[in-house]
Ligand binder design. Structure first.
Ligand SMILES: [Cu+2]
Length: 127
């Protein structure tokens, strides 16, 4: 009988210890996730090119590898942003519509507007 009592107490103590451990541990797990959510947004550099008066405003730009270039059409006419070598191609952009492409490799990227072949631009991507 005494032996069973001792075993029961050991079980009760073990359960209480586990419960106390879980209660003690909970606040610290709530604190840890917060800092990690701060990292991603500031990673990508962004360059902007506006399209107006049948021209790319910033027709020749130089950016670092990994930069996202955003073209926004602010012209009355619709335009495209189409890579000469087929690397990227936008839809026909109406006024206030945008297209973006992230350049992950160095090099020169000439592009044009499909409806208006006289419209040209170039993006140079460096390390
Ligand atoms: Cu155009």
């Amino acid at each position: 009988m005494q032996k069973d009592n001792k075993r029961m107490w050991l079980i009760i103590i073990a359960v209480v210890a586990v419960v106390l451990f879980m209660l003690y541990k909970k606040p610290s797990t709530d604190i840890t996730p917060a800092p990690t959510s701060k990292n991603p947004p500031s990673q990508t550099a962004i360059a902007t090119v506006s399209v107006s008066n049948f021209a790319f405003n910033g027709s020749s730009i130089q950016v670092k590898k990994g930069t996202r270039v955003v073209w926004t059409n602010i012209d009355g006419a619709a335009h495209t942003v189409t890579s000469d070598s087929g690397v990227f191609s936008s839809a026909l952009l109406q006024r206030d519509e945008s297209f973006s492409y992230t350049f992950t490799k160095t090099g020169t990227y000439p592009y044009h507007c499909t409806p208006h072949p006289s419209m040209h631009g170039i993006v140079t991507v460096t390390e």
